[in-house]
Design a binder for this molecule. Structure first.
Ligand code: 3PG
Length: 307
């Protein structure tokens, strides 16, 4: 009987696990769970006999793939797959997939939760500011960017987007004004919400030059990855600009320093939680389970990321 392992250091909600179990067992496979593990050794042990693996931000390294002797497919239940070693997957002949779009709304809603928390002075009771009439830049217009734009419209914001891989017509069709360079986005927008993946091109790309272009009262919101930020330069910007606010769903490496220096202009969630809703867990978890079954039954490679 094929074994499908769900290995989640940050577990799915129970309802999502139940739904995944139904899909896996109806296909005649066995579901195994490794949740809240605290060491790589536990993961290495658990993957030993798995033919399929479902993960979230869990790191699937060459060591993990080496230990997973029977593994045929790994699905990242989520969008960003920078946690999967794709070269090692290729080497081992393991198919790697993600589940794009399934947790996007949850992430987009958190963007607004953090923005309001930030500009309402962290709910301290002090007089804050409003979103209505402000400019919002969506940096990368994928699934999360799309939902961010829709919600922003409801708040009465002026919405701009920059994405070299997405046609201007797509943004325009959604009421988002496309800008033709990243510099223009940062120059135009008081709020910028990051939705770029972490890869060789984007790492450290959000730097002082770019952030310094933002207008007075700048707010940068990061629900993407911490690696895309040039962290030392962000600190410099915060030191030089008393109007600059940074809100992040991923603690920067220098979080403690920034938090001590600028408690009113910096907030990060204690644990990455953009996609941590029942709905997102169910959607992404079920999609991952279905993709595995479909791959085994028909060879369907939709959403494969290591071609
Ligand atoms: C994603 O890439 O899908 C999000 O960052 C969510 O990550 P998580 O599953 O670890 O919460």
């Amino acid at each position: 009987m094929k074994k499908v392992l769900v290995a989640t250091e940050k577990p799915f909600s129970q309802v999502a696990v139940d739904e995944i179990r139904i899909i896996v067992e109806e296909a005649g496979y066995k579901l195994e769970l490794l949740e809240k593990y605290t060491s790589e050794a536990e993961l290495l042990d658990a993957v030993a006999h798995a033919e399929a693996l479902i993960v979230r931000s869990d790191k699937v390294t060459s060591k993990v793939l080496e230990a997973a002797k029977d593994l045929k497919i790994v699905v990242r239940a989520g969008a960003g797959y920078d946690n999967l070693d794709l070269d090692a997957c290729n080497e081992k002949g393991v198919v790697a997939m993600n589940t794009p779009g399934q947790n996007s709304n949850a992430v987009a809603e958190l963007v607004f939760g953090m923005m309001i928390y930030g500009i309402r002075k962290q709910f301290s009771g002090a007089s804050g500011t409003e979103l209505r009439g402000k400019s919002l830049g969506i940096h990368a217009y994928g699934n999360v960017g799309y939902y961010v734009g829709k919600i922003a419209e409801g708040f009465g914001m002026k919405v701009y987007g920059y994405d070299p891989y997405v046609g201007a017509d797509r943004m325009q069709a959604h009421g988002v004004e496309p800008l033709s360079s990243v510099e223009e986005l940062y120059r135009t927008c008081e709020f910028v919400s990051l939705h770029i993946p972490a890869n060789d091109i984007t790492k450290n790309s959000i730097n002082k030059a770019l952030l310094s272009m933002m207008p007075q009262g700048a707010v940068l919101i990061n629900t993407a990855r911490k690696e895309v930020i040039a962290e030392d330069e962000l600190l410099e910007v915060m030191e030089e600009r008393p109007d600059f606010m940074y809100l992040s769903d991923i603690a920067p490496s220098n979080a403690q320093v920034i938090a001590e220096k600028f408690p009113d202009r910096f907030f990060f969630t204690p644990k990455k939680m953009g996609a941590q809703t029942e709905e997102a867990n169910v959607n992404a978890g079920m999609a991952a389970a279905r993709q595995i079954v479909s791959y085994f039954l028909t060879g369907d490679e939709t959403h494969r990321v290591n071609r």
